[in-house]
Design a protein. Sequence first.
Length: 473
Amino acid sequence: MMEFIHSSFNLFFLIYGSTLFLSYILIGVLSSFELSSYTRRNKFFNFSSISEYKVLPSISIIAPCYNEANSIIHNIRSLLSLQYNNLDVIIVNDGSKDNSLQMMIDHYKLVKVNYAYTPSIKTAVVRNIYKSTEAAYSNLIVVDKENNGKGDALNAGINVSRSELFLGIDVDCIIEHDALFRMVKPFLEEEKNKKVIASGGVIRVANSCVIKEGRLIKINFPKKLWAQFQCLEYFRAFILSRMAWSRINGLLIISGAFGLFDRKLVKKVGGYDCTTVGEDLELVIRMRKYMHAVEKKPYRVAFIPDPLCWTEVPNSLKVLYQQRNRWTRGLIDSLFKHRDMFANRKYGRIGLIAFPYWFVFEWLGPIFEFIGILYFSVMLYLGRINIKFFLLYTLFVLAFSVLYSSFAVFYEKYVYNRYKGVGFMVKVFFLSVIEIVAYHPLNLFFALAGNFDFFIRKRHKGWGTMEHKGFDS
């Protein structure tokens, strides 16, 4: 019996590990093709020329705000300075307890207005809507509502917006000046028989960068170790993973910090789900589900590999834990809410490839890894481990991980070259080695804690807090 269990476990982990490694290789190949294709198509394209197009879809930037007094004025100024012809900026004050609202009122000369809008998506009570008395800020709208979380604030902004598209962002993000032109391009190139329902962009880490008055002045690699690890993660997640899924039109997530959506379609599906903390993932899954089941028309979710949005990431383990715990709970919640899509041919490659991948590797991966560690420990104690094979396998995993990270960094350096100097490459190389023994175990613990909170503590909501210090400080 013991021998059967031992053989079964060995076979399972061999198949699972091999499949995982092959998927990483495939992701690397697909992302290479997609990034090369994007670079080739846009190498000589002047994105600013989009401003000369006779017809451009209108865009609303919707930015939820909660206790952002440290940076709210500069952040709004940055959003108002973005290049785009038909744009309005909607700041949704989600019941801030600090003086964020009053600072906006004073600085931008805001007054209460009777603003006609249709609350087609149910939200917490909207107390007041403000507009500026100064012509320079005529496209600024501030919505003051009762607190009910980010998803609810975004829904309030969608109700107030009159634009064809909306850009959902975190208010503390720093956005490149031509980001909207790059994000809207897929909508302008939309094929007659394939509707673009959303486009996402690359998020970069702004920690340690020089930012003044809401503008990115100088790009620096983060100084704090935890932010450095996250920077490396972002390289892999955006340059490799999301580019690969974009290649096969299987992208299931657009970052809540930076995503452009078809507003009418989002309203049709009911807006953001306020019962989950993974509202960005859940919304894209639900939009895709709607297009397959109701519209029954070809569509795609686009992804722009250019670094367009810069955001502050957690510098402390406490806040990092809260963030990753929330990501795990949001992932589980979204997968379970739409579990009927799993291996369902009705939803095409989403049901047959993307959804099972997220289910087996993104959710169950940390659980299987933990079981594997326990199993290895027991077998080691019983003397059933081939030490020589184990050391060779560990060396292979280490080399593969470093190579995979280096591949992502190479593309970042070769295509965009935002981080200057040879020192950056050397630092990232050693960082990718240290990550395996110092950072990966922490992420495993965070994911397991998220599973525990979701299934045992029944904690499906709750964001945790991340205090933004304000870039200029």
